[in-house]
Design a protein around this ligand. Structure first.
Ligand code: PGA
Length: 245
C-alpha cells in the first residue's frame, strides 16, 4: 500500500515533526508499505533534503506561479530541489480557499515538469439522491486529465477524498461497499483518458484510522490511503500501517 501522511497544519514544532519522521522510517523499514510524508513546508525542507531512508516526501501543495516576484508561494521547482517526490494538489482544504480547476491543472503541470508525482485530490461535498456528485467528480477529473498528454496522465496518483468524510471519525468514513463502487466508477471515468485505467493508482482519504483501514483496503481496489489526523499521532500511524500488513 501507498500510505501518504498529510500532516496538514497539525504539526507545529520541529520536535514533533522529527518524532513523526522517525515513526515513518520505522514503518517504511518494515517493508510492507510505501510511506510518503507530507509535512508543512518548513519541515519538508529540513527533513526531505537530509533524508537517507526509504521514506519519501510530498509537499502539501505547489504554486501555480513559476517563481519570481510572488511572496509566500512555494514553486514546484523549489519543492523538487529538496528532494520531495510527490506533491499533493487540489486538496479540498485548498479548493475551499478558492482554488479553481484551471489553477489545479497549472499546478499539476508544474509538478510534472519538475519530476514530482502529483497526488490529485478530488471529492464531492455531499451526496445527493440524484447522484449528481458523480458528474461533479467526472468534471474534476476531466478538467485536469483532458489537457494533458497520455504520459502525463499516467503519472498522476488520484486521491478520492469525499469532503463529507474528512476530519471526522471512522464511523463517518465511507463504507467499504461504497468505496468499492466509487473506485469502479473512477476507473471507468479514467478509462476515457488512460490506456490502462486498471493500472491507475487510486488512494482513499477521509477519516482513515487504525480501526477501519483494513476493511477499506480489502477488495476495494485502492492502492493506498491519504491519511490526515491519524498520521500525526505516532501510535495511531503505526497501528494503521500494521492493520494493513
Ligand atoms: P483526515 O484527512 O484523515 O483527517 O480525515 C484526510 C485528508 O484530508 O487528506
Amino acid at each position: 500500500m501507498l500510505i501518504v501522511a498529510n500532516w496538514k497544519a497539525y504539526v507545529e514544532t520541529l520536535e514533533k515533526a522529527k518524532r513523526l519522521y522517525a515513526a515513518g522510517k520505522r514503518i517504511a523499514a518494515a517493508g510492507h508499505h510505501d510511506i510518503v510524508l507530507a509535512p508543512p513546508a518548513p519541515y519538508l525542507g529540513l527533513l526531505a533534503s537530509a533524508n537517507r531512508s526509504n521514506v519519501e516526501f510530498a509537499s502539501q501543495d505547489v504554486s501555480e506561479t513559476l517563481g519570481g516576484a510572488a511572496t509566500g508561494e512555494m514553486t514546484a521547482a523549489a519543492v523538487a530541489s529538496v528532494k520531495a517526490a510527490y506533491a499533493i494538489i487540489g486538496h479540498s482544504e485548498r479548493r475551499a480557499l478558492g482554488e479553481s480547476d484551471a489553477e489545479i491543472l497549472e499546478k499539476v503541470r508544474h509538478a510534472l515538469a519538475h519530476g514530482l508525482t502529483p497526488i490529485l485530490c478530488i471529492g464531492e461535498r455531499e451526496r445527493d439522491p440524484e447522484a449528481s456528485y458523480l458528474a461533479f467528480l467526472r468534471k474534476q477529473i476531466q478538467s485536469v486529465y483532458e489537457p494533458l498528454s497520455p504520459k502525463e496522465r499516467a503519472a498522476i496518483v488520484l486521491a478520492y477524498e469525499p469532503i463529507w468524510a474528512i476530519g471526522k471519525s471512522a464511523a463517518d468514513a465511507i463504507t467499504p461497499t461504497d468505496l468499492n463502487e466509487m473506485v469502479l466508477y473512477l476507473r471507468k471515468v479514467l478509462g476515457e483518458y488512460l490506456k490502462s485505467p486498471g493500472k491507475a493508482r487510486i488512494l482513499y482519504g477521509g477519516s482513515v484510522e487504525p480501526g477501519n483501514a483494513r476493511a477499506l483496503a480489502a477488495g476495494s481496489g485502492i492502492e493506498g490511503f491519504l491519511v490526515g489526523r491519524a498520521s500525526t499521532d505516532t501510535q495511531a500511524f503505526g497501528a494503521l500501517a500494521k492493520a494493513l500488513n
